[in-house]
Each structure stands twice: as C-alpha cells, then as structure tokens.
Design a binder for this molecule. Structure first.
Ligand SMILES: Cc1cc2nc3c(=O)[nH]c(=O)nc-3n(C[C@H](O)[C@H](O)[C@H](O)COP(=O)(O)OP(=O)(O)OC[C@H]3O[C@@H](n4cnc5c(N)ncnc54)[C@H](O)[C@@H]3O)c2cc1C
Length: 437
C-alpha cells in the first residue's frame, strides 16, 4: 500500500458507517484474462453508477476495486447529498456561458432525483432524509450568502431555496453561532456506505462483474496495446475492453499521472456522538436537515439514525491528520453546540477528497477509449451518480451531456511532485486567515 492508502486505511478504523454497514458479499480478485465491453477502475459511487447504467443497457461490464467497494470517499463521507458544485457555477459561467451553467445547475438537481429514484427502485435502506441548510456565522458571510441566493433566484431555476433571517435560522439549529441561512428542501442526507453498497448490489444484480482486492496497475489504450482493445492489468489478471473508465479518485495515482497532476488529496474528518436521545436530537435540529456553513474551512453536520450527531470539518491540505482526532473534532463541535459538553464521542474517522484548482469537477478522456471522472472536490455524493450516468451515455455514443463537463478547462497544481503540497498548504493558510479576520 502507498502512503496515502495507508493513511486512508487507518482513518477508516473507527468509522461509524463501518459499524452500521449492511452485509456485502465480497467479490473475488481478478485472475487471468477477462474480455468485456467496458472496464471500470474504482468501486466508489462514480464507478458503480456507470457500471449499473452500462450493465442495464446490456453491456458486459467489469469493475476493478483495489480494496473493497465503498472503501474510498463514497463509504466514509458526511452523507450530505447537495445540489450544485464545490466551485459554485462561476467556472461554468466564465468558461462556457450562462446557458451551459444553467444546464449544469439543472443536472445537479437531476443528480438528486436520480439518487431518490435509485433508492426507491433498488430498495436501498440508507436512511434518506430531506433537507439541507447552509448557514452564515457572521454578517460578512451572511452578505455573501445573500448575494449567492439572489444570483440563484435571478439567473437559475432555484425558487425552491428559502432565505432564513437570524430568528428563522435559530429556529432551525439550536446554536447561537449563526446569523442567516438558506434552506434547500431538494437536497438531503443518507448513510453513504449503505447507499454505496446498495448501488453495488444493484450493479451486480444487473450483471456487473465486481472484482475486489484488484488494483489496476497499468492502463493501456488500444493504440498503446498494439491495436484491438484497451488493456487494464492487475497483479494477477488483465481485462481487455474497447472502453475503460477511470474513477479512482485520489488513489488512482501512478496509473494515470496526467490525471493525478490535476487533483490534490485533502483530508477531512468526522466524529459521531453517542445517541443523544430523541428529545435532545429534536431540539438540536428540529427539521433534521443536514447543515453546513459557508466558511472557507466549513463545519458540516447532521443527525443520523439512532439520534447521533455526525459532525465533520477540519481539513488537512498536507494530508497529515490532526493530532488526537476525536478531541480536536469534539472541540469544533462544542464551538457550535456547547450544550453537548456531556456527550461522548464514539467514532472518529476521515478520508481524502480530490480537489481541482478551480473546485469544478474534471470529467473527460485521456484517449478516445479511456474516459475519466474525478475532481468532485468534496461535493460528490450526489454528483457521482449522475457523472457515472453521463460517462455511460458517452460510452454508448451520446456524449453531449458528458462533454458539457469535458469542455471545462483545468490547470494542474503548480509546484510539480515535490512542491505542490507545500504550495497548496501555504495558499490555503492565506484563505483561512482571511476567513478568520
Ligand atoms: C470525509 C469525507 C466527507 C465528505 N463529505 C461529503 C458530503 O457530505 N457531501 C458530498 O457531496 N461529498 C462529500 N465528500 C466527497 C464525496 O464522498 C466524494 O466526492 C465521492 O464519494 C467520490 O466518489 P468516487 O467514486 O469518485 O471516489 P471514491 O469513493 O473514493 O472511490 C474510488 C475508488 O477507486 C478505488 N481505486 C483507486 N485506484 C484504483 C486502482 N488503481 N485500481 C482499482 N481501484 C482503485 C479506490 O480504492 C476507491 O474505492 C466527502 C469526502 C470525504 C472523504
């Protein structure tokens, strides 16, 4: 295992989701040569979603997962399925124009519909709950949130969003930290690992061959492989297929260096409290909507089944985890909810998100037969599902929607292999400072 994988493995050990996961029958490791129509690398939501769509369309689909299905970000995230993009719509507007940005916004709402539809169609027990709040912690941040809200009302189909003044915000969340907010009834939250396993089960039932413990170590286009089909090699096997889809997030690394240069791994962390009891939970967030703030380094939290609070935040641009993670995260939680001082933290975990320079998603092609999905920038729980569908459409010859994203230009992070992490840490420290002031 490489350094980042070892860290990710260690961060999984005390995950609440692992403790409350539904059973999953592990797939075999790939051995020998397998022929397929499509080979997908990565068993997170992006890869699984594409696999499900392709198999349902009758294509022989093989999925390779280095660890276990849901091991990456998809099985350990904050569970907040949100409309929109980490970058907001600005890169779409600036690079592609308002019409394309409107389509991108509509597709992010479609991603939420798709999620609801799949939960129903495949009977996935993952505790879906409607509603999301974005809150501002001080007047300057409230003004920024209001400007965003008005921009969305003026230029986008966003009439469902509701502005909350200070009193209305306080009625939503029992904390004195916030001065304003926006309520989004179309977004929501769920148990991400059980959702991911549910999609994996549906994919397998549709005919996808899922190989686990099967790290792709080399990907060759048909041209590089000497014509015929593309090849994906693992330690003990090989898949030959006319199409390959790379959906390995930050862990893909050396298999596709050209992609790795365009994203950076950033650590983010979550704790779970012991059950709070129904009454205390209902007082904390009466609507049970999930919550995040609009700080540069944001807090994100929600009540989950069993009335625990899952509280996420902190980021590590160096990828080194904070010391004494449960205590560090508990301090962040008490800053928002000092009344929880007597509540025990039972779990603390984390993982890595794949940020791009402009925080917009990075979908495209390394070659006509090798597509990729990456760069969800910490905002991929809902979007990965639609991204997989778009990649499946593109592989089947309908690339229009996929190409809307593929037209976005992305720059590699500056600094090369050695300096890009220190440079990112420095740049982000500046943004944090600006927020703090
Ligand atoms: C702690 C945390 C909190 C988050 N909170 C939220 C949130 O609340 N809302 C939100 O929208 N987003 C959130 N995110 C982001 C979201 O989880 C991701 O954007 C999304 O899950 C990415 O899915 P994916 O399929 O691209 O990648 P992953 O789920 O990471 O899957 C990639 C898979 O590919 C496998 N892989 C990599 N390389 C290879 C290889 N060479 N061979 C075979 N397999 C390989 C990996 O093992 C991994 O399982 C969070 C992320 C983290 C880590």
């Amino acid at each position: 295992m490489m350094r980042l994988e070892r860290q990710a493995q260690a961060l999984l050990a005390r995950s609440y989701y692992q403790d409350s996961a539904q059973p999953w029958e592990r797939g075999p490791a790939l051995a020998g040569t397998v022929q397929a129509d499509v080979c997908i690398v990565g068993g997170g939501l992006a890869g699984l979603s594409a696999a499900l769509e392709l198999a349902r369309a009758g294509m022989q689909t093989v999925l390779l997962e280095a660890q276990q299905v849901g091991w990456g970000a998809s099985g350990r995230n904050g569970g907040q399925a949100l409309a929109g993009y980490a970058s907001e719509l600005e890169p779409f507007e600036r690079q592609l124009g308002r019409d394309a940005a409107r389509q991108a916004w509509a597709m992010s709402l479609e991603a939420l519909d798709l999620m609801r539809t799949r939960i129903r169609a495949h009977r996935i027990a993952c505790d879906w709950t409607d509603g999301a709040l974005t809150l501002a912690v001080r007047p300057a941040k409230a003004r920024a949130l209001r400007a965003w809200y008005e921009h969305m009302q003026t230029h986008y189909d966003a009439a469902h969003l509701r502005w909350l003044d200070e009193a209305q915000t306080r009625a939503q969340v029992q904390s004195e930290r916030y001065v304003a907010g926006v309520f989004d009834p179309l977004s929501g939250h769920l148990h991400p690992l059980n959702y991911t396993l549910g999609i994996a089960r549906a994919a397998r039932a549709a005919g996808v061959q899922i190989f686990e413990g099967s790290e792709a170590v080399q990907v060759q286009t048909a041209v590089a492989a000497g014509g015929g089909k593309a090849r994906v090699r693992t330690a003990q096997g090989e898949v030959r297929a006319p199409f390959v889809l790379l959906a390995g997030n930050v862990h893909l690394g050396r298999v596709a260096p050209a992609l790795a240069r365009r994203i950076m791994p950033v650590g983010t962390y979550i704790i779970a409290t012991e059950p709070l009891g129904a009454e205390r939970a209902a007082a904390l967030i009466p609507s049970r909507a999930c919550v995040s703030d609009n700080q540069f380094v944001l807090d994100y939290y929600r009540l989950c089944a069993g009335d625990r609070l899952l509280f996420g935040g902190r980021v590590s641009y160096s990828t080194v985890s904070p010391p004494d993670l449960p205590a560090t995260m508990r301090r962040s939680m008490l800053r928002v909810f000092p009344q929880l001082h007597d509540v025990r933290v039972t779990h603390a975990w984390g993982g890595f998100v794949d940020i791009t320079m402009n925080r917009a998603p990075d979908f495209g092609r390394l070659a006509p037969d090798v597509l990729y999905l990456q760069g969800f920038s910490g905002h991929g729980l809902a979007l990965t599902g639609l991204a997989g569908q778009l990649a499946a459409e593109a592989i089947r010859g309908q690339a229009q929607r996929f190409d809307l994203f593929a037209r976005l230009r992305h720059r590699p992070f500056p600094g090369g292999d050695w300096l890009r992490t220190p440079l990112l840490v420095l740049a982000m420290a500046w943004y944090r400072l600006r927020d703090a002031l």
